[in-house]
Ligand binder design. Structure first.
Ligand SMILES: NC(=O)c1ccc[n+]([C@@H]2O[C@H](COP(=O)([O-])OP(=O)(O)OC[C@H]3O[C@@H](n4cnc5c(N)ncnc54)[C@H](OP(=O)(O)O)[C@@H]3O)[C@@H](O)[C@H]2O)c1
Length: 328
């Protein structure tokens, strides 16, 4: 089968090779001896893969390896423990190996793909939407009627968070950097949009009538202190990622003085051994798909051979929604 591999850690373009490799065995490193084999139609491209091409991501497999953490495709074979069977359309989080014609995903992270969504949307469903729901509800303790501010709001996690928040009855404020990203954020459900290079903290306080309830932050970096300052009493900043490049530090006296919280949200490892929670989140997302709130935003599509272009788009901060590779 055809696959794109990372062969050296020299940054997006020179790190990749397209090669022929044998089809994978039905076994996934997370569930040794067992895995769902998926014929990949579309594969997602996300920020971690940019980091992987330089060896800067927390997961550092031996070279060469096939990246690609999520796919939309059709099941070739599935173990008895899976909720899917051969021939089913699925959305799957495979961690690695998705940039190939055939991938293997753990049964626990392989979900039926509803008819409302195509394969490209399937490739942008699991990581972004499960993370968004987990961050907002499981960790952020969101309740209907609360105001949610979303950083990086036109990105993969950002658009997913806006759609889920709207579906659950939130008032939403999006923080973005460009006009095009403002358009994408509004389409994804932002009630208000503010600019990351403007006085967004003061605008958010004004819009929300004194402070927001929850900040969902996949960006980190310099804006973190202002995220804390934008909260109302009892408000929570949920830490999701660091696309801004640096990991912020908190002066915890701010939390004491304002009665606020900083909460970490790391989706995959948390739900891996909690099948009930994992299924509950999947059920909630399915309901939001049925109701029309969840529709993964596909910002750009490239053929598998052009994976480097996809990575450069993300690295250059030009991506919106999910960036997808068309595989077959
Ligand atoms: N915690 C978890 O379980 C979990 C799960 C999935 C993903 N994540 C993490 O969440 C983060 C976001 O992922 P994503 O797929 O949503 O990424 P994405 O689609 O690339 O969006 C990230 C957004 O970050 C903003 N940004 C600010 N400074 C940036 C910079 N210097 N370079 C690039 N982007 C910058 C951009 O918005 P503006 O231009 O509008 O500022 C961009 O739209 C990543 O760090 C990822 O690893 C965490």
């Amino acid at each position: 089968m055809k696959a794109v591999q990372i062969v050296e850690l020299t940054g997006p373009r020179t790190a990749l090779r397209i090669i022929d490799v044998p089809d994978p065995e039905p076994s996934h490193p997370m569930t040794p001896g067992e895995g769902v084999v998926v014929e990949v139609h579309a594969a997602g491209v996300s920020f971690p893969e940019v980091l992987q091409t330089r060896g800067e991501y927390q997961v550092k497999p031996d070279l060469p390896f096939t990246p690609g953490s999520e796919v939309g495709g059709v099941v070739r074979s599935a173990p008895a423990s899976a909720n899917v069977k051969a021939g089913d359309r699925v959305a799957a989080f495979c961690v690695l190996g998705g940039w190939a014609e055939v991938a293997v995903s753990p049964a626990v992270f392989t979900f039926p793909l509803p008819d409302e969504l195509d394969f490209a949307q399937g490739a942008g469903l699991v990581l972004n939407y499960h993370t968004a729901y987990f961050s907002l509800v499981t960790r952020g303790r969101f309740e209907a009627g609360e105001t949610v501010l979303v950083h990086g709001a036109a990105g993969g996690v950002g658009t997913a968070t806006l759609q889920i928040a709207k579906g659950l009855g939130a008032k939403t404020i999006a923080v973005v950097s460009t006009d095009e990203k403002e358009r994408v954020a509004r389409e994804a459900g932002a009630d208000e949009v503010v600019r990351s290079d403007g006085p967004w903290k003061d605008q958010a306080k004004e819009i929300s009538g004194g402070g927001v309830d929850i900040v969902i932050d996949p960006v980190g970096g310099d804006r973190f202190t202002d995220s804390l300052r934008s909260l109302k009493e009892g408000g929570r900043v949920v830490v999701v990622g660091f696309t801004g490049g640096s990991i912020p530090e908190v002066r915890v006296n701010r939390l004491l003085l304002a009665n606020t919280e900083v909460i970490g949200a790391g989706w995959g490892n948390y739900v891996l051994r909690k099948p009930k929670l994992n299924q509950q989140i999947a059920g909630e997302i399915e309901r939001l798909i049925e109701q029309g709130f969840v529709r993964p935003v596909i910002g750009a599509r490239f053929p598998l051979e052009q994976a480097a272009d996809a990575l450069e788009l993300i690295e250059g901060r030009g991506a919106t929604g999910e960036v997808v590779l068309d595989v077959q």
